[in-house]
Ligand binder design. Structure first.
Ligand code: C5P
Length: 381
């Protein structure tokens, strides 16, 4: 393990931090540590944040973070900063090399996060940023951690973080720490319409409501749906077969009733959205993000325009702080190009890379780049 930066050069690391969708989320029990045991099929999306981590400027004594894009003020509690600090501590704890730098000398890092995934939305945005930050910090320090230490580090930062280190479709169990990689969804993975009402739905509160008795009417249905989907994916499920079974997926989230109990306006919103899109509407994670599957990105984009129009003209009730975040994207996989992020009306290219340069002043070629003709600079609405 080495932790030295390249002498005389500034190191810049760019990582894509995809959002996730829970295709299913069954709560199968309560653990002794207070967490809930899950059985969840999770997929990465082509929508994601871009994280750039660089060697901090000379004289800097601590890690720093600048956030652009969707509203989020950087705070010391931000998972990116916590992940960098925890990675530094894990390196120090696992170092058996007497010549390795002491922990305090591991150089500070300057992180920039281009935020495209809504926070506290059930899309795993913060957890994905944390996983990307572990990876980027290690690359910036030219360091490695053994798989066990990396897994423990990820789990210590949040239940969803281990999934993002696995980089593909997975069955997630335990509180989130057991990740079984599954094959990519074969032959044209479906597109997804995401609709996120502007409601603050904190994950602990939703699990608390579940523990307090806010359960789905059929207590075993979500697990049945989740186990069947896991078996189908292991056998090589195609995108069209997933689409054909979408009605079942709407019953595959055990946290839906708990979310509805905290945000009562959500029920009417879901009913109106279902009517509008004419297909099953499902919830991701602890919500409030709602999603529907489409055969193509063009269809999902058309639906996104329709939903935005309906929110603007009042056909779709506006709940929470304002009009919902609406975007069309794709289910990604281990073998889909990780660098392509599709947002509504724009394609943004994020090439994961490590760049060494002397000046550090010119723009990084790996940073998010809007395609020509995209006046919004690639930001989703
Ligand atoms: O691990 P994370 O910080 O994301 O979890 C946030 C909260 O959600 C936990 O403190 C816990 O209350 C709840 N949770 C749970 N069971 C899980 C994951 C999260 O009860 N599997």
């Amino acid at each position: 393990m080495t932790t030295e930066m390249t002498a005389g050069a500034r190191v810049h690391v760019v990582r894509f931090a995809p959002a996730k969708l829970n295709l299913t989320l069954a709560v199968v029990g309560r653990r002794d540590d207070g967490y809930h045991a899950l059985h969840s099929i999770m997929v990465p999306l082509a929508l994601g944040d871009a994280l750039t981590v660089s060697e901090a400027p000379a004289g800097a004594t601590r890690d720093s973070l600048r956030v652009t894009g969707l509203g989020l003020s950087p705070s010391p509690d931000n998972l990116v900063l916590r992940a960098i600090a925890a990675t530094r501590a894990a390196l120090a704890a696992t170092s058996h090399d007497p010549t390795a730098q002491p922990r305090s000398l591991q150089p500070p890092l300057a992180a920039r996060l281009a935020k495209r995934v809504p926070v506290a939305a059930g899309l795993g945005g913060g957890s994905s940023d944390a996983a990307a930050a572990i990876d980027a910090a290690l690359a910036a320090w030219s360091a490695t951690l053994d798989p066990e230490s990396t897994a423990a580090l990820a789990a210590s930062l949040g239940s969803d973080v281990p999934f993002f280190l696995a980089r593909g479709v997975a069955l997630v169990t335990g509180r989130g720490e057991f990740v079984e990689p599954l094959p990519d969804i074969g032959a044209e993975p479906p597109a997804v319409l995401l609709v996120t009402p502007q409601l603050a739905l904190a994950t602990p509160g939703v699990f608390k409501a579940f523990a307090g008795g806010e359960r789905q009417r059929d207590a075993t249905r979500a697990l049945e749906v989740s186990e069947r989907l896991a078996a189908e994916l292991r056998a090589g499920l195609t995108g069209s077969a997933l689409l054909a079974g979408a009605a079942d997926l709407a019953a595959g989230n055990d946290l839906m009733q708990a979310a509805l109990s905290i945000a009562p306006g959500l029920r009417g919103f879901i009913t109106a959205l279902e009517k509008l899109v004419g297909r099953p509407v499902c919830q991701s994670g602890s919500g409030p993000t709602l999603w529907s599957l489409y055969a193509t990105l063009a269809e999902a984009r058309k639906a996104a325009r329709f939903v935005r129009l309906a929110a603007a003209n009042g056909t779709l009730p506006v709940i929470g702080a304002g009009e919902p975040f609406v975007v069309a994207t794709m289910i990604a996989g281990r073998h889909s190009p990780p660098e392509v992020q599709l947002t509504d009306g724009a394609t943004v290219t994020i090439r994961p890379r490590t760049v060494h340069n002397g000046t550090g002043s010119r723009p990084l070629r790996g940073e998010p780049v809007a395609e020509p003709g995209d006046p919004k600079g690639g930001e989703p609405r």
